[in-house]
Design a protein around this ligand. Sequence first.
Ligand code: UD1
Length: 351
Amino acid sequence: MKILSVVGARPQFVKLAPVADECRRRGVEHVIVHTGQHYDPMLSDVFFTDLGIPDPDVHLGVGSGTHGVQTGAILGAMDAVLDEHRPDWVLVYGDTNSTLAGALSAVKLHLPIAHLEAGLRSFNRRMPEEHNRVLTDHAADLLLAPTQVAMDHLAAEGLAQRSVQVGDVMVDVLMLVRERLADTGAVLERLGLSNGGFSVATIHRAENTDDPARLSAIVTALQEVDHPVVLLAHPRLRAKASEHGLDLNGGSLTTRDPLAYPDLVAAVDAARGVITDSGGLQKEAFVLRTPCTTVRTETEWVETVELGWNVLAEPGPAVAAAASRPAPAPTDAAPYGTGTAAAAVLDALTR
Ligand code: UD1
């Protein structure tokens, strides 16, 4: 069996790591195509190095652009790649423009497509990620869903026959990295953080960064939290803050560059809270049992909210209030699986 993975953005490298590892373990031929959607070393190369992912076999180098330009550039480059490799499966991950372009190029060439992290829905049709998910799910032949909720969404759209629940590969990699963390104290010292008293924040989604009034309300709210907040600034956030003339530091808020994955895991594990609009970080916080405040009107990861570990908050005093709340009751629920999702993915692809 020959699998060709299409990845391009930070969260996809995290999901790729356990899949690449499982392919290696089973002796399955695995071609990695990096679209180049993310090109900053801290959003890309560092994940390959730290997570032991083999170098990409193909790098398309498309870079940034509007949705149409970026998606189109990947699409235009993929025909030749797929023609050359003729894989048994084209595997696409998550919900970025790289996901949709990978799926679209494969479907046109009649190559079987598997979508990892299928069935997620925010039901917010203004999100680019929602367009990418819905279109990719309907183009794919095999839908690898992380949760029962995702399976239910796929069934509601008539896709039950093509769906398999495999668990969440992000849990696989998170557990492995947490086990290997040698000295969390040293990581925190390097980051200038004291154990337990801070929150980790990330904000990068278009709906939060692109409207100056909304971004300003978010930054003010982060500055008013009653304990130190460390904002790990995605390049999009820095670009938009500078465009809107916003200072990201002040009050309780300090800003620094994004972290390598093991450092992020150490920081979230030690933190008293997470404040984010990232999908992956909501789950990582839950798995590490760090309370999360999500600056969005809805979440795809509803289990984290239902179990009391995640609160949705609109920019303003609600963010500071949610971020200061006490930790919820402990739970041993594992809605995202127990770290065996990559094996289930390979089983499903082999079947
Ligand atoms: C993309 C995904 C989003 C995912 C996120 C993870 C889409 C539609 N969005 O958003 O779902 O959660 O990745 O980070 O695919 N930039 C850099 N260096 C880089 C990459 C981007 O400076 O390496 C800047 C550029 O100004 C660029 C902007 O960030 O225009 C946005 O990047 P883009 O890849 O379009 O989307 P993300 O916001 O990263």
